[in-house]
Design a protein around this ligand. Structure first.
Ligand code: 13P
Ligand code: ZN
Length: 278
């Protein structure tokens, strides 16, 4: 790939990883990004000479058989993608069963895909199905305000969704389905990947207690935007509490009206649970 003629998906990951870094979400090698490549790019990259043998995923994602992904490298700093994309990200191809992958480009200097690869791929598999192929981009990152909320209290999914909807009302429009809160599990494990992907059947964002957030969107801008909006709400909530506490906030009825004004509807299961507690 020519330095002066980078394909669009490389330019997009450079922009997104840079934006994530300046937001303070990507200390050291924290966070990872994956992008399911669109048809027009697959044509180009499928002609690349494979750079590795097939490697087992230690699990299967048949819904992604023969798909191609751009994935950040394990141990790599997202803030360095702009400097050396060929070292810090790579392109992988999945086999026709969705059980093995091989490297087609990148990871120069001996890296490989992120340790959260299986969580990314299982999330892609679920969201590809739920969105009828529309969603392509998954981001995992370490957002300080959302993480702080999980240290503050053992919130439920309904409670944390309401906090986020209520402290920046854009949230009711941007993610009316709410945000799933996953109790602590070991990062990089099959179990955290499976639990994240299962939650993604309904949600596009999953908070990992004491760790960070996972989000899926149509493209990197949408995944970034989901996280950005949720993180901003968490920041406003924390700031209001520093000011002495939250003394004024919209109730569910008002939030529902705001969502409806944009043709959206708050997740009925979460609304029911919240109403049953008041
Ligand atoms: P990687 O360096 O393997 O991508 O891991 C970073 C991370 O955030 C793990 O949760
Ligand atoms: Zn992480």
């Amino acid at each position: 790939m020519n330095e002066f003629d980078k394909p669009l998906f490389i330019r997009e990951i450079i922009k997104t990883s840079h934006d994530m870094h300046i937001k303070g979400w990507t200390e050291a090698n924290g966070g990872n990004i994956s992008l399911r490549l669109r048809e027009e790019f697959v044509k180009e990259v499928s002609a690349f000479e494979p750079q590795s043998d097939w490697t087992s995923l230690n699990g299967s994602v048949p819904g992604l058989a023969n798909d191609y992904f751009l994935v950040s490298g394990t141990g790599r700093f997202l803030r360095n993608i702009s400097l050396f994309p060929e070292k810090n990200v790579g392109i992988i191809q999945l086999d026709d069963k969705g059980e093995n992958y091989r490297i087609l480009w990148g990871y120069e200097g001996g890296s490989r895909p992120t340790s959260e690869l299986f969580a990314h791929l299982m999330t892609h598999e679920v969201r590809k199905k739920e969105s009828k192929g529309v969603e392509h981009a998954v981001i995992h990152t370490h957002t300080p305000n959302l993480i702080a909320l999980t240290y503050h209290k053992e919130y439920t999914t309904a409670e944390i969704s309401y906090i986020l909807w209520a402290h920046h009302v854009e949230c009711a429009v941007v993610f009316p389905e709410g945000v799933f809160l996953l109790p602590w599990m070991m990062a990089g494990s099959y179990e955290i990947g499976r639990a994240t992907a299962d939650a993604m059947k309904v949600h596009r964002m999953v908070i990992w207690q004491h760790h960070g957030i996972f989000a899926s969107g149509r493209n990197l801008d949408e995944s970034f935007g989901l996280i950005h909006t949720a993180e901003k709400s968490a920041e406003i909530f924390i700031k209001a509490n520093i000011l002495g506490g939250v003394n004024s906030k919209p109730d569910l009825e008002r939030l529902q009206k705001i969502a409806e004004n944009f043709g959206k509807k708050l997740n009925p299961d979460l609304v029911k649970e919240l109403n049953s507690k008041t």
